[in-house]
Ligand binder design. Structure first.
Ligand code: ADP
Ligand code: CDP
Length: 231
């Protein structure tokens, strides 16, 4: 080693996939913060492009209409896990992308191949530019976006646990209706032709139903540290 300098750690790429409400965002943010890595919420990017389409009156029942404008909005993601940001054409959309309207329409938009190609390119470039490494969470990160990730995790949980977690967030929301909406969105995301929600063959599956968030975070941090140590 020249000048006795300490070796610089190789950037580590972590892919976390799974259905809605399994804890991907909370886990990824915490793991990235704890390990000094960047963090990317790819669902927020699909929500942002959906928000733009809704705002601009695009017919979301028509995949050709969606494909025709997929390249128009400029979507920028801030990857600091302590303060992730998302803008569309310079407008902060962190709030508006979480509405029921966007949630109910995002699967139709994200199924369009031109949308996926556009967003996948953004994701790969953000991952390549993360000096220390990055935790990227979504549905197709381990299978399609970053197939060479150093570590792939696939989070699962029972529909009941996921619905209870989500309705806890959406204060007062009916657990049954939330459960039905989750199941419908997962079915759409899993059955689309282009890069569906799926576990990569080499992903580690973690069932979070009976685990606390702190336990899931600890489990993933340990797996990253083991990878880094070459175990
Ligand atoms: N293991 C867990 N136990 C209990 N609640 C959890 C757990 N993991 C996440 N949560 C909570 O569930 C909700 C959904 O988690 P989130 O990380 O947004 O899931 P996802 O990104 O997979 O949709 C959040 O309110 C979060 O605090
Ligand atoms: N890598 C990804 C991430 C999200 N998505 C789409 O974006 C939607 C919203 O993702 P999200 O992660 O914000 O969803 P939540 O489970 O957090 O509600 C999903 O239902 C998918 O339709 C995708 O297609 N591919």
């Amino acid at each position: 080693m020249e000048n006795g300098a300490a070796p610089t750690a190789k950037p580590v790429i972590v892919a976390i996939d799974g259905p809605s409400g399994t804890g991907k965002s909370s886990t990824s943010k915490a793991v990235a913060a704890q390990l000094g890595l960047s963090y990317l919420d790819t669902g927020a990017q699909y929500r942002a492009i959906t928000w733009w389409m809704v705002t601009n009156g695009i017919d979301l029942e028509d995949p050709t209409a969606i494909a025709a404008v997929a390249g128009k909005p400029e979507i920028v993601s801030g990857t600091d896990p302590a303060a992730p940001t998302i803008t569309v054409d310079g407008v902060d959309v962190a709030g508006p992308i979480r509405t029921q309207e966007v949630t109910s329409k995002v699967s139709a938009v994200s199924a369009v191949p031109e949308v996926r190609a556009r967003i996948t390119e953004l994701q790969r470039s953000l991952a390549a530019g993360a000096d220390k490494g990055i935790v990227v969470e979504g549905r197709d990160i381990g299978t399609t976006v970053l197939p060479d990730a150093d570590l792939k995790i696939f989070l699962t949980a029972s529909p009941e646990a996921r619905a209870a977690r989500r309705s806890g967030e959406l204060k007062g929301a009916d657990v049954h209706a939330t459960r039905e909406a989750l199941i419908k969105r997962d079915a759409a995301d899993s059955s689309r032709k282009t890069s569906p929600l799926a576990k990569a063959d080499d992903a580690v599956e973690v069932d979070t139903t009976e685990l606390t968030l702190a336990q899931v975070i600890e489990c993933v941090v340990t797996l990253v540290e083991e990878k880094r140590a070459g175990k």
